[in-house]
Design a binder for this molecule. Structure first.
Ligand code: PLP
Length: 255
């Protein structure tokens, strides 16, 4: 578990590596957004990250998400009423990202909490998202999760079926399809992820150029602690980072 200073150092290292990878790809460092994945973080880690001004946080489990959104909001509210020197860096809002598999019966609970759902992986889930946003007269921004590597154990739509899903979502007026999310099979060698990310980027560009999903289709979420630099080189503009920031955690994983 990372200590306070350790987390600060790791945060700097990760943001530096993101900036370097972006430069190598001929892009500006701030064209890549980091979502800090808090599934192995302690509440103290989360508070510290927010104090440092970090805005985008991600969770893959609904229960954790619910608890952590509440905790973070309380922390922000409490901090604002103090005139502490740390206040200067506090972000106006913290944006939560749902990055894990979402069951339809959880949509209602999750929607009010998140800025972006990265993991839309079926028509039925999209239909439920539409039903709930319509009912509450809101909108939802989402990414379609693509199972590029064809891993049987992973969620996501097969690449050839993505365009069809986007077509089917045309009449779901409360949903904004912002892009794609890709997870590469885990490997110690980040280069193993490159063909997967290249295929993801190709699919993303095809859809974007055809304009099927409209102008707002501009987010490609790929890359985790072990392979985010390769993902950025391939065109990712959101990376989702957990272990590189928070360490391996307490083994309370759910995958
Ligand atoms: C846990 C998780 C991450 C972060 O993984 P790390 O290897 O800890 O960086 C990113 N994306 C998803 C979907 C995850 O579940």
């Amino acid at each position: 578990m990372a200590s306070r200073n350790e987390l600060r150092d790791r945060y700097r290292q990760v943001t530096d590596r993101i900036a370097e990878a972006a430069k190598r790809a001929g892009r500006s460092p701030n064209s890549v957004m980091m979502v800090a994945v808090t599934k192995n973080a302690t509440p103290e880690h989360i508070r510290q990250l927010v104090e440092m001004g970090h805005q985008d946080l991600g969770e893959n489990r609904v229960q954790h998400l619910t608890q952590r959104v509440a905790m973070t909001q309380e922390f922000l509210d409490r901090h604002r009423t103090l005139s502490s020197s740390k206040k200067a860096d506090l972000p106006e809002v913290v944006r939560w990202h749902m990055i894990g598999h979402l069951q339809r019966n959880k949509v209602k609970a999750v929607l009010p909490l998140v800025k972006l759902v990265h993991s839309v992986d079926s028509l039925r889930l999209a239909e439920e998202l539409q039903a709930q946003t319509e009912k509450h007269d809101t909108e939802a921004e989402l990414l379609i999760q693509v199972n590029v590597a064809g891993e049987a154990s992973k969620y996501g739509i097969a690449p050839p079926a993505v365009s069809h899903l986007i077509e089917q979502m045309h009449t779901m007026f409360n949903l904004k399809v912002r892009g794609l999310m890709v997870i590469a099979p885990y490997s110690d060698d980040p280069e193993h992820s490159r063909p997967v990310f290249e295929r993801g980027a190709e699919l993303f560009e095809d859809i974007r150029k055809r304009g099927d999903a409209g102008d707002a289709f501009n987010i490609l979420s790929m890359g985790m602690s072990n392979d985010f630099e390769v993902a950025i080189e391939c065109g990712a503009n959101i990376v989702r980072i957990g272990r590189a920031l928070f360490g391996e955690g307490d083994g309370e994983s759910d995958e």
